[in-house]
Design a protein around this ligand. Sequence first.
Ligand SMILES: O=C(O)c1cccc(C(=O)CC[C@H]2O[C@@H](n3cnc4c(=O)[nH]cnc43)[C@H](O)[C@@H]2O)c1
Length: 234
Amino acid sequence: MATAVPAERDAVARAFPGTPAEVLLPGALLHRSPDGPALLAAGVGPALAAAGVAAALTAAALDGAPFALVVSAGIAGGFAPLAPVGSLVVADEITAADLGAETADGFAPVTALGFGTVTHRPPAALVRRAADATGARPGTVLTVSTVTGTAERAALLRARHPRALAEAMEGFGVAEAAAAHGVPVLEVRAVSNPVGPRDRAAWRIGDALAALTDAFGKLAPVLTSWRPDDPDAG
Ligand SMILES: O=C(O)c1cccc(C(=O)CC[C@H]2O[C@@H](n3cnc4c(=O)[nH]cnc43)[C@H](O)[C@@H]2O)c1
């Protein structure tokens, strides 16, 4: 489970019993709950997220105990009206919104330039189960390197990504690392602020962290019972 900052990691950890133990790996500090997941606060942004998750996945694989699933979790900006502050979203698409090139005809994603990918899709059945268990709304979660701060940018992102519910800064990095290891990914976000004009006073980080704890309490049985080879895992 990867978050950006320790406050998000600890909010997730509160959903699991027991005190997590610290495990220091080359390139990643994991918090391992006794019967819960391994938690990593990898830092803000897709690069740190990818680096930390890749380090944790590599260490687990070399140890002969590979992870079966990687979850990107944390707070996010929500696009009105479908993802209000305090609500939960689960990504059925994890999309890098600003990975590409500006051209005379507008933004071109890296895929249009002949490189890589801009979208990862978590297993549909797992998204469904996560949404059913938590009440999270399923949809696209964008990964951005720059937090949106104007109504114009918010409108442009929504025009480019009509299914976008939220934006955050790590999901695509987590998903790239997971994909490199052939491990499925999930992204769950609690909305702390609206995507739009910058207004730090409107951020509800405490409420979003509490929603994250509540969500992971409900998600725990879904995550522990989920197997990639389930007939319904799709
Ligand atoms: O003061 C600002 O406007 C500002 C600029 C850059 C970063 C921040 C953060 O607080 C870090 C964002 C952190 O939380 C996630 N997050 C939460 N809301 C949003 C959002 O509206 N857009 C993008 N990311 C968001 C993100 O995943 C980071 O980990 C504040």
